[in-house]
Design a protein around this ligand. Sequence first.
Ligand code: NAD
Ligand code: MG
Length: 394
Amino acid sequence: MKGLCILGATGSIGVSTLDVVARHPDQYRVVALTANHNIDGLFEQCLTHHPEYVVVAAEEKAEAFKDKLADSPVSDINVLTGAEALQQVATLDQVDSVMAAIVGAAGLLPTLAAAKAGKTILLANKEALVMSGDIFMRAVKESGAHLLPIDSEHNAIFQCMPGGYETGHKAKQARRILLTASGGPFRETPVEELHDVTPEQAVAHPKWDMGRKISVDSATMMNKGLELIEACLLFNMSPDDIQVVIHKQSIIHSMVDYVDGSVLAQMGNPDMRTPIAYAMAWPDRFDSGVEPLNIFDVKQMDFEEPNLERFPCLRLAYEAIKAGGIMPTVLNAANEIAVDAFLNERVRFTDIAVIIERTMAHFTPDSADSLDIVLHADRQARIEAQRVIEGLLS
Ligand code: NAD
Ligand code: MG
């Protein structure tokens, strides 16, 4: 029986994880659940899964949550609050696996703490890895933690790697990764119409049901940019050996091209419970609840090269990983600020790339070999991105 901590339990990935957990009560026990604001969702999860610990990260919501719990059948749950408590529950002795499913930089410190404590990390929170890069990968190596990708593409690549493969290593026989992308909702929208896109249009993804931030990232293709950087780190590959492929049906979730000419693909219905179940059962497999793929319904699969003029965010991600040092941290921070401003209707959809590019231009790729340097670069990039936004608004 493995003990599980879910960081970001109330989000899209968190909910899918609990759906998988409920199918395997003999294999997983929920030790800790965390959420930010959504205390109603968290309370319902507590009634079903009865964890030992809960963290309400937003301190102003903690009292209301405790009141709900007090008169409930699960009043014995330990309630903690604040960002530090996330690290505490991610490193508890009774936790074996940590699902890192907080969105954005807020997930870095608890996920890194879990890595340092040698836990098995089920990594959905790609921003945490992108911003801390080698520091994160080193922490995993030094503690002997297992790092298993949840992002569907990286999970697919991991499944296509040679037997016994562990992330962080280079598989010498693999010469190229083909990283698939759906292309998002604006794959065919005329470029001149993109600046009128509203947040509602941007978050309505054609193939995947996800949180708002990653949905906007999918629409700009910054999601693929972050995933490119994620793939370089997880699979120890150069960005030149990773080809982004637009595959609008989202049936193939990525491919590995081997030196002998074999190309291995992982396929399935687009449902995050497949990669979640794979990582949870690894190195075995178990039921995820996902409908079997009906290959006759697929009929056709298309593959296109992405257009970097339509998707400048993808170009910026290539530039950031090639420049190295703190640039991926800066890219990620500027993107988080820009997406937030777009979702709050302060800037236009097409301003997102402008804000990131202007923010990046303000920085040089200094080496990122300590956590302090990374956290400082993250803070400075957020300040600079806000300054760029004020400039656009004036
Ligand atoms: P979401 O917005 O649905 O959920 C985010 C979760 O993080 C919530 O539980 C929320 O309470 C928590 N959270 C947010 N801010 C927080 C903070 N400051 N402190 C503590 N907790 C906080 O997001 P999601 O779609 O589930 O995505 C989660 C992560 O997984 C993201 O990094 C995303 O890129 C990645 N991911 C998601 C999908 C998907 O299909 N949804 C696929 C691949 C990767
Ligand atoms: Mg993905």
